[in-house]
Structure formats: structure tokens, C-alpha cells
Design a protein around this ligand. Structure first.
Ligand code: FAD
Ligand code: UDP
Length: 398
């Protein structure tokens, strides 16, 4: 007899398994239809011994000290600030668009004030930012929108930016300074020995049993359990009774190259000229030294494994119907990116799972992460990371 059957061993399922097992002493069975734990964050050493991310680049960043501290119990961290270049007009320029992007693209020598004037001249001011098109036109105007966002977004989502919620392109800011980091969160780091190792530690408990290659439908009638945590696609749980919720998929093309360095940045985005959206070179992310290098190309697809919920009103309307059904289930908890149809990053999913655990265990989220904690990795926070940008940096001591 299990207290909980958890469907899906990604962040949502694994955090809940760990908390229920170690925080509340519950007996947990966690299953995943894939042959591995860690969900989309799964990483492994390929045949050449290079640590790669099977489902595309996963870079950890958060402003939540709680979430960072919680995960820090299961991994040491390697400080890592992510940077991305975009291939535009035959040049590689920083994205998010910043002062250097504009100067390089147009052969100018503007300073931060002058580039603000430049943006003010070219932007198409919008009163309300309803769509992803509004967001970019309002910030940088039509020409930059077309160079950096229009075609990338069409390729990535199979939709025009005008058909997507503002929140999608709002993930990418516009800057007047020279900060070329992709994220500005307080905590930016990669699990030192990879995500899968971190998940192994998270799930290492006598109260947790793991079943891989196992769709929950194959066992749900055979196993005795009191409650379920479901982290798969919500529409699939209800047999698509209100129709299919659209998810965007990707095909990942992994390659190993017999050279130490393949490209000049961790990620290069290709908004316009290629069928793929971006190329990631993993050694930048993982810090591994190796005489070969591993890269992945991402080709967006309509069909295939569901990776991205698609943020737009008509999908929110369908999801609301599924959510109403989910809310009246007495013994099933819906958690995670697919089960709550939210375009969430890893840290947001960890926060969501800790909050859910708090509800189940009748406590606030802050306590939820700390009850019967294993020993936390001691961290020292230093002000300033040497870039002069005032961001806090961190040093893991363990
Ligand atoms: P998942 O990781 O999808 O886990 C759900 C699990 O449920 C899966 O393993 C699935 O096999 C299993 N499952 C589904 N149905 C069943 C079933 N019927 N029976 C059994 N098992 C089932 N976030 C960041 O913070 N930084 C990044 O850089 C980043 N990059 C990303 C890049 C890509 C290409 C993608 C697609 C996502 C990225 N994310 C990133 C988001 C991140 O992957 C998610 O936030 C996170 O993995 C969600 O965790 P989850 O547990 O909700 O879902
Ligand atoms: N985007 C774009 N051009 C870029 C980078 C991003 O048009 O060079 C848009 C695109 O719609 C993308 C969204 O901004 O889906 C969010 O980008 P992000 O890099 O956060 O996407 P993710 O890593 O989640 O795939």
C-alpha cells in the first residue's frame, strides 16, 4: 500500500516525492513513462563522454532563495551566467538586444543615453501590451522586431507573435546598457554534477520506489494508493473530454564535433535563415573540459512530445475547463508545467511543488521546504560578481 502514486519524475513529481517521503514520512511510488528520472531536465554522458541535456539546454536561474536553498540540499552548484548571441544580418550580436547589439548592427557608437533616444525614435508605442507583437514593437519598433522576433516566434510556436500572449516575448527584455546576460536573476547556477545526479539524490529515500518505462495507466488499477500527484498533460488525464490542449513540440538533433569549441557562445539563436531556432554547445553550460564538444539543434514541431504549453486566450479558455474538473478531484493533485498548462521555468515548478506540498501537509511554503530538512549545502553570498553589475554572486562551499 502506497500513500501516494506520483505520475512523472520531473521537477514537479520529484520535489513532491522527496517532500512527502522525507518531510511527512509517506510511502511514495513515482512512475515515469520515460526510461529515466529528471523529466525534461534529464542529462547524461553521451558515447563520447560529454555531458549533454537530452531535451535541450536547461539553465537554472531564480530569484527565490527558498527554491535555491531547497535544491542546494541535493547538489553543489557551479556558478554560471548564461549568454546568447543571435545570428542577424550575417553578424553574431547579443540577445537580449542591448547597447552593443545596436552599435554592432548599425555600425554606431552610441552610449546608453543615446541608445535610449534611438529606441524612443524607432519604437511603436502601445497603450496596452496584449500580444507578443505589441511587447516588441512597443520596445524596439518594427525593424528590430522583424530581425530578431517575428520569424523566430513564428518558427518556435507556429503562430505569429500577434497571436500569442504578451508574456511570451516579454521573457526577453531590452537593455540600454552592455549587460549581455540572458537572465538577471539573483541566483544563476548549474548543478555541479548535472541534473540527473541531483534528482538521484532527491529520490534516494527508503520511502520512495521508482518505476520507469511505466505509463501510470498500466498500473493505476493494480496498485493500492491513497492519493495521486499527476504531472503529465492535464487534457490527457481527462481523456481529452474538452478537446486537445495544444502543446508545442521540438525535435532535438544532437551532434558531437571533433573540435574543442564549436561556436563562440553557449547558445546561438537563428531567427531567420534556418529551420532550427538555436544551437546550444553544452560544455559552456556544464563547465566540462573535453577535446570534443556536444551541440544540439532545436527544430520546432506541432506533433511529438509536449514541451511547451502555448500561451494564448483560446487555450486558456480550454484549460479553464480542465482546471475546473481537476479542482473537484478529491484525491488527485495536479502539479507541473503540463498538468497546470503554464509556461513555467524549473524554479517556478519547484516553487509550485513546494506550495502544493505545503497545502497537502497543512503548512506554509517556507516551512514546506524546510521540514525535516537534510543537511543544506552551506552557501556564502558575496555582493558583486566582478562584472560591476551589482548582482549577488554565490559560492557553494560543500
Ligand atoms: P516534466 O519535466 O515534463 O516532467 C513530467 C514527466 O511526466 C515527464 O518525465 C513525462 O515522461 C512524465 N509523464 C507524462 N505523462 C505520463 C504518464 N501518463 N505516465 C507516466 N509518466 C508520465 N526551464 C528553466 O528554468 N531553464 C531553462 O533553461 C529551460 N530550458 C528549457 C528548454 C526546453 C527545450 C524545454 C522544453 C523546457 C525548458 N525549461 C527550462 C522548462 C523546464 O523543462 C520545465 O520547467 C520543467 O522541466 C517542468 O518540470 P515538470 O515536472 O512540470 O515537467
Ligand atoms: N524570442 C525571439 N527571438 C529570440 C529569442 C526569443 O523571438 O532570439 C521569443 C520567442 O517567441 C521565444 C520567446 O521569445 O519563444 C521566449 O524566449 P526564451 O529564450 O525564453 O524561450 P525558451 O528558452 O523557453 O524556449
Amino acid at each position: 500500500m502506497f500513500d501516494y502514486l506520483i505520475v512523472g519524475a520531473g521537477f514537479a513529481g520529484s520535489v513532491l516525492a522527496e517532500r512527502l517521503a522525507n518531510g511527512s514520512g509517506k510511502k511514495v511510488l513515482i512512475c515515469d513513462k520515460r526510461p529515466h528520472i529528471a523529466g525534461n531536465a534529464y542529462d547524461y554522458y553521451n558515447d563520447d563522454g560529454i555531458l549533454i541535456h537530452k531535451y535541450g539546454p536547461h539553465i537554472f536561474h531564480t530569484n527565490s532563495a527558498d527554491v535555491f536553498e531547497y535544491l542546494g540540499r541535493f547538489t553543489e552548484w557551479r556558478e554560471y551566467q548564461h549568454r546568447v548571441l543571435a545570428s542577424v544580418d550575417g553578424m553574431l550580436v547579443p540577445i537580449p538586444i542591448n547597447l552593443d547589439t545596436i552599435n554592432k548592427l548599425y555600425g554606431l557608437n552610441l552610449n546608453a543615453h543615446e541608445v535610449q533616444d534611438f529606441f524612443d525614435k524607432v519604437r511603436e508605442k502601445r497603450e496596452t501590451l496584449r500580444t507578443s507583437e505589441d511587447v516588441v514593437l512597443n520596445a524596439v519598433g518594427k525593424e528590430l522586431y522583424e530581425k530578431f522576433f517575428k520569424n523566430y516566434t513564428r518558427k518556435q510556436w507556429g503562430l505569429d507573435p500577434s497571436e500569442l500572449d504578451a508574456s511570451v516575448t516579454a521573457r526577453v527584455p531590452t537593455r540600454t546598457n552592455r549587460d549581455d546576460r540572458y537572465f538577471t536573476d539573483i541566483f544563476q547556477a548549474m548543478p555541479k554534477h548535472g541534473y540527473t545526479r541531483m534528482f538521484e539524490k532527491m529520490l534516494d529515500s527508503p520511502n520512495i520506489k521508482i518505476m520507469l518505462n511505466c505509463d501510470y495507466r498500466e498500473i493505476v488499477k493494480e496498485i493500492d494508493f491513497r492519493e495521486m500527484v499527476y504531472t503529465g498533460p492535464v487534457d490527457s488525464f481527462f481523456n481529452h473530454c474538452y478537446g486537445k490542449l495544444p502543446y508545442r513540440s521540438l525535435e532535438f538533433k544532437h551532434e558531437t564535433h571533433d573540435t574543442e569549441v564549436f561556436q563562440s557562445a553557449p547558445v546561438v539563436n537563428y531567427p531567420n535563415d534556418q529551420a532550427y531556432t538555436r544551437i546550444t554547445e553544452f560544455k559552456y553550460l556544464t563547465g566540462q573540459t573535453h577535446k570534443k564538444t556536444g551541440v544540439v539543434y532545436e527544430y520546432p514541431q506541432a506533433e511529438g512530445d509536449p514541451y511547451y504549453p502555448i500561451p494564448r486566450q483560446e487555450n486558456a479558455t480550454i484549460y479553464a475547463k480542465y482546471k475546473a474538473l481537476a479542482d473537484i478531484q478529491t484525491n488527485v493533485h495536479f502539479v507541473g508545467r503540463l498538468a497546470t498548462y503554464k509556461y513555467y521555468n524549473m524554479d517556478q515548478i519547484v516553487a509550485q511543488a513546494l506550495t502544493q506540498y505545503g497545502k497537502i501537509a497543512g503548512m506554509k511554503r517556507k516551512e514546506a521546504g524546510t521540514l525535516k530538512a537534510k543537511t543544506a549545502s552551506p552557501m556564502v553570498y558575496q555582493n558583486g560578481n566582478g562584472n560591476g553589475n551589482g548582482n549577488k554572486s554565490l559560492t557553494a562551499l560543500s
